[in-house]
Ligand binder design. Structure first.
Ligand code: ADP
Length: 267
Protein backbone atom coordinates (compact mmCIF):
# COMPACT_ATOMS: atom_id res chain seq x y z
CA UNK A 1 0.00 0.00 0.00
CA UNK A 2 1.23 3.49 -0.79
CA UNK A 3 1.87 5.79 2.11
CA UNK A 4 0.10 9.13 2.15
CA UNK A 5 3.43 10.81 1.36
CA UNK A 6 3.81 8.88 -1.90
CA UNK A 7 0.42 9.95 -3.14
CA UNK A 8 0.50 13.52 -1.89
CA UNK A 9 -0.39 15.73 -4.83
CA UNK A 10 2.16 18.23 -6.10
CA UNK A 11 0.98 21.66 -4.90
CA UNK A 12 -1.02 23.16 -7.73
CA UNK A 13 0.15 26.70 -7.08
CA UNK A 14 3.93 27.11 -6.64
CA UNK A 15 4.88 28.72 -3.32
CA UNK A 16 5.55 32.43 -3.67
CA UNK A 17 5.91 35.14 -1.02
CA UNK A 18 5.04 38.55 -2.47
CA UNK A 19 7.18 41.62 -1.90
CA UNK A 20 4.37 44.11 -2.53
CA UNK A 21 1.39 44.41 -4.85
CA UNK A 22 2.96 42.51 -7.78
CA UNK A 23 0.32 39.74 -7.80
CA UNK A 24 -2.56 42.20 -8.10
CA UNK A 25 -0.72 44.23 -10.72
CA UNK A 26 0.01 41.13 -12.80
CA UNK A 27 -3.62 39.96 -12.58
CA UNK A 28 -4.83 43.40 -13.72
CA UNK A 29 -2.37 43.39 -16.61
CA UNK A 30 -3.63 39.97 -17.69
CA UNK A 31 -7.27 40.95 -17.46
CA UNK A 32 -6.54 44.02 -19.58
CA UNK A 33 -4.46 42.05 -22.09
CA UNK A 34 -1.26 43.99 -21.37
CA UNK A 35 2.25 42.52 -21.59
CA UNK A 36 4.52 42.64 -18.53
CA UNK A 37 8.24 43.28 -18.06
CA UNK A 38 9.93 42.02 -14.87
CA UNK A 39 13.17 43.76 -13.92
CA UNK A 40 15.53 42.63 -11.22
CA UNK A 41 18.67 40.76 -10.20
CA UNK A 42 19.12 37.07 -10.88
CA UNK A 43 17.68 34.60 -8.36
CA UNK A 44 15.29 37.03 -6.67
CA UNK A 45 12.07 35.18 -7.53
CA UNK A 46 10.95 36.37 -10.99
CA UNK A 47 10.58 32.90 -12.50
CA UNK A 48 8.83 31.58 -9.40
CA UNK A 49 6.47 34.57 -9.50
CA UNK A 50 5.45 33.83 -13.10
CA UNK A 51 4.91 30.13 -12.31
CA UNK A 52 2.80 31.12 -9.30
CA UNK A 53 0.69 33.60 -11.27
CA UNK A 54 0.17 31.20 -14.19
CA UNK A 55 -1.18 28.60 -11.76
CA UNK A 56 -3.32 31.19 -9.93
CA UNK A 57 -4.85 32.35 -13.21
CA UNK A 58 -5.17 28.77 -14.51
CA UNK A 59 -3.08 29.45 -17.62
CA UNK A 60 -0.60 27.16 -19.38
CA UNK A 61 2.95 28.50 -19.10
CA UNK A 62 5.66 28.35 -21.75
CA UNK A 63 9.04 29.43 -20.38
CA UNK A 64 12.06 30.15 -22.56
CA UNK A 65 15.51 30.99 -21.17
CA UNK A 66 16.91 33.33 -23.78
CA UNK A 67 20.54 33.10 -24.91
CA UNK A 68 22.59 34.87 -27.56
CA UNK A 69 21.85 32.25 -30.19
CA UNK A 70 18.09 32.28 -29.71
CA UNK A 71 16.38 33.39 -32.93
CA UNK A 72 12.79 34.26 -33.81
CA UNK A 73 12.25 30.81 -35.37
CA UNK A 74 13.09 29.16 -32.03
CA UNK A 75 10.05 30.97 -30.62
CA UNK A 76 7.65 30.82 -33.56
CA UNK A 77 8.43 27.36 -34.96
CA UNK A 78 9.95 25.71 -38.00
CA UNK A 79 9.46 23.03 -40.62
CA UNK A 80 11.02 19.75 -39.57
CA UNK A 81 11.50 16.51 -41.42
CA UNK A 82 9.48 13.76 -39.73
CA UNK A 83 9.29 10.25 -41.22
CA UNK A 84 10.15 11.57 -44.67
CA UNK A 85 7.59 14.37 -44.49
CA UNK A 86 8.08 18.06 -43.85
CA UNK A 87 5.83 19.17 -40.99
CA UNK A 88 5.42 22.49 -39.26
CA UNK A 89 6.19 22.40 -35.53
CA UNK A 90 5.01 25.30 -33.38
CA UNK A 91 7.59 26.97 -31.13
CA UNK A 92 6.74 27.95 -27.52
CA UNK A 93 5.52 31.45 -28.41
CA UNK A 94 3.16 30.14 -31.09
CA UNK A 95 1.86 27.47 -28.73
CA UNK A 96 1.19 30.08 -26.05
CA UNK A 97 -0.74 32.18 -28.60
CA UNK A 98 -2.75 29.21 -29.93
CA UNK A 99 -3.53 27.85 -26.44
CA UNK A 100 -4.13 31.23 -24.79
CA UNK A 101 -1.36 30.88 -22.19
CA UNK A 102 1.58 32.84 -20.83
CA UNK A 103 4.83 32.98 -22.78
CA UNK A 104 7.68 33.92 -20.41
CA UNK A 105 10.95 34.99 -22.03
CA UNK A 106 13.59 35.01 -19.32
CA UNK A 107 16.57 37.37 -19.93
CA UNK A 108 15.05 38.62 -23.16
CA UNK A 109 17.94 41.03 -23.93
CA UNK A 110 20.18 38.03 -24.54
CA UNK A 111 18.14 36.92 -27.58
CA UNK A 112 19.00 37.81 -31.17
CA UNK A 113 17.63 41.03 -32.63
CA UNK A 114 15.07 39.36 -34.92
CA UNK A 115 13.16 38.27 -31.80
CA UNK A 116 11.95 41.84 -31.21
CA UNK A 117 10.36 41.80 -34.67
CA UNK A 118 7.97 39.02 -33.63
CA UNK A 119 7.38 40.51 -30.20
CA UNK A 120 6.33 43.99 -31.32
CA UNK A 121 2.99 43.18 -33.03
CA UNK A 122 2.14 40.89 -30.10
CA UNK A 123 2.92 43.46 -27.44
CA UNK A 124 0.80 46.34 -28.69
CA UNK A 125 -2.93 46.53 -29.27
CA UNK A 126 -2.71 44.48 -32.47
CA UNK A 127 -1.91 41.32 -30.48
CA UNK A 128 -1.06 39.34 -33.59
CA UNK A 129 1.62 36.84 -34.44
CA UNK A 130 2.40 36.71 -38.15
CA UNK A 131 3.96 33.40 -39.17
CA UNK A 132 5.66 34.17 -42.45
CA UNK A 133 6.64 30.58 -43.10
CA UNK A 134 3.11 29.16 -42.90
CA UNK A 135 1.37 32.29 -44.18
CA UNK A 136 -0.78 32.43 -41.02
CA UNK A 137 -1.56 35.47 -38.93
CA UNK A 138 -2.63 34.39 -35.48
CA UNK A 139 -4.77 36.71 -33.36
CA UNK A 140 -3.90 36.21 -29.69
CA UNK A 141 -6.91 35.14 -27.59
CA UNK A 142 -7.74 36.91 -24.31
CA UNK A 143 -5.83 34.32 -22.24
CA UNK A 144 -2.53 35.00 -23.99
CA UNK A 145 0.03 37.10 -22.14
CA UNK A 146 3.59 38.00 -23.00
CA UNK A 147 5.95 38.28 -20.02
CA UNK A 148 9.64 39.13 -20.36
CA UNK A 149 12.36 39.61 -17.77
CA UNK A 150 15.75 41.20 -17.72
CA UNK A 151 18.46 41.99 -15.23
CA UNK A 152 19.39 45.70 -15.35
CA UNK A 153 22.61 44.83 -13.48
CA UNK A 154 23.98 42.98 -16.50
CA UNK A 155 23.19 45.76 -18.89
CA UNK A 156 25.77 47.12 -21.22
CA UNK A 157 25.34 49.44 -24.17
CA UNK A 158 25.03 46.63 -26.67
CA UNK A 159 22.54 44.69 -24.62
CA UNK A 160 20.14 47.32 -23.33
CA UNK A 161 16.45 46.85 -23.97
CA UNK A 162 15.52 49.40 -26.64
CA UNK A 163 13.02 52.10 -25.57
CA UNK A 164 10.76 51.10 -28.49
CA UNK A 165 10.52 47.63 -26.93
CA UNK A 166 10.39 48.47 -23.24
CA UNK A 167 7.73 51.12 -23.73
CA UNK A 168 5.26 48.40 -24.74
CA UNK A 169 5.27 46.72 -21.33
CA UNK A 170 3.82 47.27 -17.89
CA UNK A 171 6.99 47.03 -15.78
CA UNK A 172 7.39 45.50 -12.32
CA UNK A 173 10.62 45.93 -10.36
CA UNK A 174 11.92 43.04 -8.28
CA UNK A 175 14.55 43.02 -5.57
CA UNK A 176 15.53 40.70 -2.76
CA UNK A 177 12.84 40.37 -0.10
CA UNK A 178 13.20 42.16 3.24
CA UNK A 179 15.15 39.94 5.71
CA UNK A 180 12.17 38.51 7.62
CA UNK A 181 10.38 37.41 4.45
CA UNK A 182 13.54 36.13 2.84
CA UNK A 183 14.20 34.08 5.99
CA UNK A 184 10.71 32.57 5.72
CA UNK A 185 11.26 31.72 2.03
CA UNK A 186 14.68 30.15 2.56
CA UNK A 187 13.40 28.13 5.53
CA UNK A 188 10.36 26.92 3.57
CA UNK A 189 12.39 25.99 0.50
CA UNK A 190 15.25 24.27 2.34
CA UNK A 191 13.65 22.78 5.43
CA UNK A 192 16.25 24.48 7.68
CA UNK A 193 14.84 26.06 10.85
CA UNK A 194 14.29 29.83 10.68
CA UNK A 195 16.67 30.37 13.60
CA UNK A 196 19.50 28.85 11.55
CA UNK A 197 18.51 30.66 8.36
CA UNK A 198 18.50 34.11 9.95
CA UNK A 199 22.32 34.48 10.23
CA UNK A 200 22.68 33.36 6.59
CA UNK A 201 20.25 36.05 5.48
CA UNK A 202 22.10 38.69 7.47
CA UNK A 203 25.38 37.53 5.89
CA UNK A 204 23.75 37.83 2.47
CA UNK A 205 22.75 41.40 3.39
CA UNK A 206 26.35 42.27 4.19
CA UNK A 207 27.65 40.69 1.01
CA UNK A 208 25.00 42.49 -1.05
CA UNK A 209 26.21 45.79 0.38
CA UNK A 210 29.55 45.14 -1.38
CA UNK A 211 27.90 45.08 -4.81
CA UNK A 212 29.57 47.48 -7.19
CA UNK A 213 32.79 47.61 -5.18
CA UNK A 214 34.31 44.16 -5.37
CA UNK A 215 31.32 42.22 -6.60
CA UNK A 216 29.37 42.48 -9.80
CA UNK A 217 26.19 40.98 -8.41
CA UNK A 218 24.78 40.51 -4.89
CA UNK A 219 24.15 37.03 -3.56
CA UNK A 220 20.82 35.63 -4.78
CA UNK A 221 17.97 34.09 -2.80
CA UNK A 222 18.61 30.99 -4.94
CA UNK A 223 22.14 30.64 -3.49
CA UNK A 224 20.81 31.18 0.01
CA UNK A 225 18.36 28.32 -0.57
CA UNK A 226 21.27 26.12 -1.76
CA UNK A 227 23.29 27.01 1.32
CA UNK A 228 20.44 26.25 3.72
CA UNK A 229 19.66 23.01 1.86
CA UNK A 230 23.25 21.78 2.30
CA UNK A 231 23.23 22.70 6.00
CA UNK A 232 19.87 20.97 6.47
CA UNK A 233 21.42 17.89 4.86
CA UNK A 234 24.17 17.87 7.48
CA UNK A 235 27.02 19.84 5.90
CA UNK A 236 28.99 22.05 8.34
CA UNK A 237 27.79 25.65 7.99
CA UNK A 238 31.21 27.06 7.16
CA UNK A 239 31.74 24.66 4.26
CA UNK A 240 28.25 25.26 2.93
CA UNK A 241 28.75 29.04 3.11
CA UNK A 242 32.05 28.82 1.24
CA UNK A 243 30.57 26.64 -1.50
CA UNK A 244 27.39 28.64 -2.03
CA UNK A 245 27.94 32.19 -0.82
CA UNK A 246 31.62 32.88 -1.52
CA UNK A 247 32.96 30.74 -4.36
CA UNK A 248 30.11 31.49 -6.81
CA UNK A 249 30.59 35.26 -6.37
CA UNK A 250 34.24 35.74 -7.26
CA UNK A 251 37.37 34.20 -8.76
CA UNK A 252 39.70 36.76 -7.15
CA UNK A 253 41.70 35.24 -4.24
CA UNK A 254 41.85 38.58 -2.37
CA UNK A 255 38.14 39.17 -2.62
CA UNK A 256 37.49 35.57 -1.56
CA UNK A 257 39.59 36.03 1.56
CA UNK A 258 37.78 39.27 2.40
CA UNK A 259 34.37 37.59 1.96
CA UNK A 260 35.43 34.66 4.14
CA UNK A 261 36.39 37.11 6.88
CA UNK A 262 33.01 38.81 6.70
CA UNK A 263 31.35 35.38 6.89
CA UNK A 264 33.38 34.38 9.95
CA UNK A 265 32.53 37.66 11.67
CA UNK A 266 28.80 37.38 10.85
CA UNK A 267 28.03 33.73 11.58
P1 ADP B 1 14.93 34.59 -11.00
O1 ADP B 1 13.93 34.10 -12.00
O2 ADP B 1 14.66 35.99 -10.50
O3 ADP B 1 16.36 34.40 -11.43
P2 ADP B 1 13.88 32.42 -9.34
O4 ADP B 1 12.43 32.72 -9.44
O5 ADP B 1 14.40 31.26 -10.10
O6 ADP B 1 14.78 33.72 -9.67
O7 ADP B 1 14.21 32.27 -7.76
C1 ADP B 1 15.25 31.45 -7.28
C2 ADP B 1 14.76 30.65 -6.10
O8 ADP B 1 14.59 31.53 -4.98
C3 ADP B 1 13.39 30.00 -6.31
O9 ADP B 1 13.54 28.72 -6.86
C4 ADP B 1 12.84 29.95 -4.90
O10 ADP B 1 13.37 28.83 -4.22
C5 ADP B 1 13.42 31.16 -4.23
N1 ADP B 1 12.59 32.38 -4.18
C6 ADP B 1 13.04 33.63 -4.44
N2 ADP B 1 12.07 34.55 -4.18
C7 ADP B 1 11.00 33.86 -3.74
C8 ADP B 1 9.69 34.24 -3.30
N3 ADP B 1 9.32 35.53 -3.26
N4 ADP B 1 8.84 33.27 -2.89
C9 ADP B 1 9.23 31.97 -2.92
N5 ADP B 1 10.44 31.55 -3.33
C10 ADP B 1 11.32 32.47 -3.73
Amino acid sequence: MLRALDTAPVPAVPYYVPAGNECTLFAHAHRNRLPVLLKGPTGCGKTRFVAHMAAELGLPLFTVSCHDDLAAADLTGRYLLKAGETVWVDGPLTRAVREGGICYLDEVVEARKDVTVVLHPLSDDRRILPLERTGEELAAPDGFMLVVSYNPGYQNLLKALKPSTRQRFVAISFDFLPPERETAVVAAESGLAEGKVRPLVSLAGRLRALKGQDLEEGISTRLLVYCATLIAAGMPAEEAVTATMIEPLTDEPDVRTALAEIARATL
